[in-house]
Design a protein around this ligand. Structure first.
Ligand code: NAP
Length: 262
């Protein structure tokens, strides 16, 4: 049976790539596209994607009964409202937007009772594996730092992938050496720190897409685990997989790894 898909943030960099992937998959049908800035314009005009749709200003004008799954790649403030709408209307949510906090996750768990929600900070299979390898390595090293590198239009820092990686490394090991730095000549030089204490350094450079390196060190050796997304199409197999599987994963799922049995 064809899955009817809506895309929120359809005029954005990721949203437009998702629209293209959905129209190219024979099992999916693109039935709605939302983007307030480009509202009323033809999807083709804005994204180049060949689908006879006009961009809607907001979810409120959509007929939820005609949509099975919404894919949201927007901004965190907008995504909070979008997810509330999806939960209230019983529409499944595949979410790539980053920047949520723990209070958001709590609320989503309470809200999604009629439909399911998959939130993944990174839909690229290589990034999912990088996070898994970092989790496996964590207990064998006393020191670790994360360097994430993204294009210079990204508005949140650090990346959702870096935060998710740090959380998983901290869950895998509590045995981290204390930071010896006592004199901060330049504030922020040691990066940002999660509650778990693993430093995260964010780089924003023109020409980049999404990259991350996890560095581990112990006596006389280090290990670097690096993943690079060179193109936004790298995220599409993961997004399409989540759209196809979401009906069978109840409640709120954090991370694509749970759909891949990693
Ligand atoms: P972007 O180009 O700025 O796209 C965001 C889009 O969302 C814009 O078109 C924006 O419209 C639209 N938008 C804003 N409010 C909206 C609303 N209420 N309803 C619907 N659409 C709305 O950013 P991007 O590079 O595509 O990234 C989008 C998000 O995806 C970011 O959070 C980024 O970190 C994340 N991301 C996730 C992954 C992953 O694998 N999970 C990969 C890459 C990026 P305007 O033009 O009006 O602002």
């Amino acid at each position: 049976m064809t899955i009817r898909v809506g895309v929120f943030g359809a005029g954005g960099r990721m949203g437009a790539t998702v629209c293209d992937a959905v129209t190219k998959d024979p099992d999916l049908e693109l039935v709605a596209a939302v983007d307030p800035f480009h509202a009323g314009l033809d999807l083709h005009q804005v994204t180049g994607v060949d689908a006879p749709l006009q961009l809607a200003a907001s979810a409120e004008v959509l007929d939820a009964s005609g949509i099975d799954v919404v894919v949201d790649f927007t901004q965190v403030e907008a995504a909070r409202d979008n997810l509330a709408w999806m939960a209230a209307h019983g529409v499944h949510a595949v979410v790539g937007t980053t920047g949520f906090d723990d209070a958001d996750y709590e609320r989503f768990r309470a809200d999604f009772t009629r439909s399911n929600c998959v939130i993944a900070p990174n839909f690229a299979i290589g990034a999912v594996l990088m996070m898994r390898f970092a989790e496996l390595a964590a207990p064998y090293f006393e020191t670790a730092e994360i360097i994430e590198l993204h294009h210079n239009q990204k508005i949140d820092a650090p990346s959702g992938t870096a935060m998710h990686t740090a959380r998983r490394m901290a869950a895998a090991s509590r045995d981290w050496a204390p930071d010896p730095t006592t004199k901060h000549v330049l504030e922020g030089a040691r990066g940002g720190r999660t509650v778990d204490g693993i430093p995260i350094h964010s780089v924003r450079l023109q020409g980049m897409v999404a990259h991350q390196e996890v560095l581990f060190g112990t006596t006389g050796q280090s290990l670097s685990i690096r993943h690079d997304s060179y193109d936004r199409t790298s995220f599409m197999p993961g997004v399409v997989l989540a759209v196809k599987r979401i009906a069978s994963v109840p409640g709120v799922t954090l991370g694509l790894e749970h759909l891949l049995d990693l």
